[in-house]
Design a protein around this ligand. Structure first.
Ligand code: ADP
Ligand code: MG
Length: 360
């Protein structure tokens, strides 16, 4: 079931929680709403669910206007950060609940409920916990049960609001890949809210980056990470270095050096701030001045060498930037360079985006 959101706006008093939000969730897609706290993610999810009415705009399910539909008619399943399972019911009964409370006409038989609940518990790999009570489960297990419970009534759409937010980092990572695998099996249209960039980029088919009630960018994880549409997205999705920059006809002046910029051929001269990801900086121990291109001289002030990627913090030798420059190189390259703290290096951005200065 596809979801289309058209020009939604929502005020709480004088505060704008959603400002003209439009987006489409494709049928079977897992879409992440990503943004800092207060950016309007939960409000948007609640409007999709029918728990909150927008001031203006429309929500369409499979092309049909659902704006005035009641939450019960929308056939959505929810999982929240603190999804209170019924404490006095077994896990089995918790999952069965949504089926048992159906009007008699639509209620499956006891044998059918039995079968369906066990299927769901198998799906979330917790069949062996059917007779336990919620307090006997870990936080991660409880959230998996919450998901099984949401799925029991065969929702057309699944809405998850920071479902792993209260769990510790290791369990969160495990559940992330577990959810992705589960989604690949079920293909139920899902909207997943998170403020955790890594979580969104790892789990989702597409990511919607939100800021102050607006959509900053929609794209695949790769698109939003590699080609951020705004300074906000650049900063929110990962580490980034800022340099003064200027662009003219395929040449750029970044942080005081001149480099080739064949992908930026705009005839009009642009000046502003260049955004450079830590892995888009070339590092060398010698200064290769080729084609009139220079390199920024710097010293290594810190080395973080845990994992496959080595992170370097550098200080510019000319003192132009007070801020440290963050660079990421592969462990292999790190070995090749034989870097230690205090070494002099020469760096050059290999890829960047330039944004006008006034929008920072
Ligand atoms: P997020 O989920 O991205 O953290 P929310 O959608 O919960 O953001 O909230 C967006 C903004 O709207 C917040 O500043 C919040 O304080 C405000 N807000 C949300 N719900 C209400 C409400 N019922 N009454 C007043 N303000 C609200
Ligand atoms: Mg929220």
């Amino acid at each position: 079931m596809s979801i289309e959101i058209r020009n939604l706006s929502k005020q709480f008093g004088t505060f704008s929680a959603l400002r003209d939000v439009s987006l489409e969730v494709k049928s079977g897609e897992l879409l992440a709403l990503l943004g800092p706290s207060g950016s309007g993610k939960t409000t948007l999810l609640r409007v999709i669910a029918g728990l909150e009415a927008a001031d203006t705009g429309q929500v369409l399910f499979q092309g049909e206007d659902a704006t005035d539909q009641h939450v019960r008619e929308r056939q959505v399943g929810f999982v929240f950060q603190h999804y209170a399972l019924f404490r006095n019911m077994t896990i089995f009964e918790n999952v069965a609940f949504g089926l048992r409370v159906r009007p008699k006409k639509f209620r499956p038989s006891t044998a059918e409920i039995q079968q369906r609940v066990h299927e769901l518990l198998k799906l979330v790999q917790l069949d062996w916990l059917a007779d336990r009570y919620p307090h006997q489960l870990s936080g991660g297990q409880r959230q998996r049960i919450a998901l099984a419970r949401a799925l029991a009534v065969e929702p057309k759409v699944l809405l998850l609001d920071e479902p792993f937010g209260a769990l510790d980092a290791k369990v969160r990572k495990e559940l992330r890949s577990w959810l992705r695998r589960l989604h690949d099996e079920m293909h139920i249209t899902s909207v997943f809210v998170t403020h955790d960039q890594e979580e969104a980029l790892e789990v989702a088919d597409r990511v919607v980056v939100m800021n102050e009630g607006r959509i900053e960018q929609i794209g695949t994880p790769d698109e939003v990470y590699e080609h951020p549409a705004s300074p906000f997205v650049y900063k929110f999705l990962g580490k980034v270095n800022l340099f003064h920059g200027r662009l003219h006809r395929g040449r750029a002046w970044i942080g005081g050096i001149e480099i080739d910029a064949p992908e930026h051929t705009e005839a009009e001269e642009l000046s502003g701030v260049a955004y450079v990801r830590p892995h888009d900086i070339h590092v060398d121990k010698v200064d290769h001045a080729l084609n009139g291109e220079g390199a920024i001289a710097a010293h290594v002030s810190h080395i973080l060498s845990v994992g496959p990627v080595v992170r370097l913090q550098l200080v510019r030798d000319d003192g132009k930037d007070k801020e440290l420059i963050e660079v990421e190189i592969s462990r292999e390259r790190f070995r090749e360079l034989q870097l230690t703290r205090g070494d002099q290096v020469f760096i050059k951005p290999s890829r960047f985006d330039l944004f006008p200065a006034q929008i920072h």
